[in-house]
Design a protein around this ligand. Sequence first.
Ligand code: COA
Length: 359
Amino acid sequence: MNEFRPGLEGVVAIQTEIAEPDREGGALRYRGVDIEELVGRVPYEKVWGLLVDENLEPGMPDPEPYEPKSLTGNAPADLQSETACLSAEWNLKKLVDIDLEETRDDLARLSAQMMAIVAQSAAVRDGREPAGDDVVAEGETAAEKFVLRWRGEADPTHVRAIDTYWICTAEHGLNASTFTARVVASTGADCGAAMSAAVGALSGPLHGGAPARVLPMLDEVARTGDPEGYVKGVLDRRGRIMGFGHRIYRAEDPRSRILKRTAKELGSPRVEVAEELERVALAALQERHPERVLATNVEFWSAVVLDIAEIPHDLTPAMFASARVAGWSAHILEEKRTGRLIRPSAQYVGPGTRSLSSV
Ligand code: COA
């Protein structure tokens, strides 16, 4: 195929057995299982197992004792750098030099540790010592242990909000960060290199960073009481309303539906303003872009659910990365199993041949 498509939109770059959004039907299935069936029934760490091993058991392990090298309290940056450090600290072997079993074990160790790093970085951000392993061991699920490591105590509402959010965002086909992880894995690099590269790709507002911008938007609308004015202002200056639009879905994003329900069930005080802004934004986007379905995406209600768990908004990209360790792991393993060096072509459109003196 020689046709150039900006942003590779619609280009099939891989075949996968893990998950792919059902573009028209608005459903998301992990290994064939609808996420609606998973939320509230199995905890995130078992969903990790479903995605990576196609088996709920044994799931993602607990993190092993490990002291991060230098946490700054900026969780997205800490996660990216500390994950890269793990390659050296654990002497992880290159993917070309190991078998599938060792790859899977490296990914399991990394996934668990990456979650612990985010919790530890969040504690540093709050100016407190992360809780020790004895306190964390009291938790039953990965989400509870995460909150315990961060805060030393775990409110069950916060735990449920985080677990639901993690399950909803654990995997989503060939998004930018997963593609990055697969590109790096396809070169035969180690799993730590692939995972840390994916963290970087996820930190931008057009992929994982949008929830950080949703709450200030809700605050602004709550303050002015004028969602119409807010939405018009953004669209008139050709800005983007965070939490709306999606490259894949041409129907409702199923994750948005589950997260909205969760926000209501858990009694978020932001639901009223969020629903009002959603209604106004959808109408305005439909009017301005009748040619395109611009529906609510995962990030809008994610922001509200993460707020229930009192996650500061600058930490949301790291929360997204914590969830996505499952999808990245599954894709790195699949790349190892089936992949070929990913190396697309570029179409040269620069100047024709010319002499140095003409420059
Ligand atoms: N607010 C306002 N306009 C939007 C919009 C939004 N949230 N999302 C898309 N549009 C508009 C674009 O401005 C563009 O208009 P134009 O053709 O007049 O320039 C048109 O819709 C198509 O957008 P495009 O960027 O080509 O679509 P995409 O498939 O590349 O974008 C996103 C997908 C997610 C990057 C995009 O919808 C977006 O930026 N959303 C806001 C950020 C966000 O919520 N990110 C989280 C994604 S899960």
